[in-house]
Design a protein. Sequence first.
Length: 320
Amino acid sequence: MIADPFAYLSFAQDRRTMDWDLDGIITKLSPAHSAQSQGWTKEQTNRPLPSREVLFRILDQLRAALFPYHFGNPDLSEDSTHYFVGHTLNEALQLLYKQIRREQWLLGSQLNLEEAHIEAKAHSTVQALAKQLPYIKTLLESDITAAYHGDPAAKSLDEVLFCYPGITAITYHRIAHALYSLDSFLLARIIGEIGHSLTGIDIHPGASIGNSFFIDHGTGVVIGETTIIGDRVRLYQAVTLGAKSFPRDGSGNLVKGNARHPIIEDDVVIYAGATILGRVTIGRGATIGGNVWLTHSVPPDKFVTQAQLRQELFDEGAGI
């Protein structure tokens, strides 16, 4: 008896020569036949692009260096931890140097930079990131503590570090933000997207986030590039901190680089499904209720609910 009724059919098909007309398809897929691809830097430089797979590995190693007992080797002794962290961190930084060099090659092709300049920039970027790692760990420890104290379901700091998607997302973001601040924009975006794909939490690496930051549950959270978040801020799932509008120049192209996302001051809580758009300020200690849609600033310590907004905007024809 054949366990898989399709096994024989698959075997028989494999023995036949299939004619897919691949030559014609491959020719049409080639960059030379794609009008869109002519604007891509790879076609101009013929240099290798950064690798998403290698960046995955680098992130795993950096996280292991930051928290060796949790993401490195749980059987490490106190004596062997120093060697493990040093070895892991050195390998991660060597790989990162190569990836930043690839990114700089792309930039260099546009600015006609010399090889020596590209090498120096890659080295200085990695060195600067390495020096920031102790500070990044301190920030992450404050995030972990905030999650533990902010969630009654959390049984331990270890559970928070291992299991909370908000901690995974903010870990990747803090690394990505450091690179973004060092002008390594492409790698920062790739790292941000890795965190997004793993957690469902979309944080642009340009966003500035203070200490003791807690995203509870987290799925569907979106934080835009120019967002500024203070200390001890808590968000719930499906919160959007986005842009209200996208101005265009005289040629109809989007104007880039404007501050267009919210400022969230210290000790703010934003509940599930809230959407805050534009360069507005949510004042210190304010609470934004679930499913609220905001396009204006909120004073400190104010509690904004959906019912309040309905009354404010629509009673007696207001806001219509």
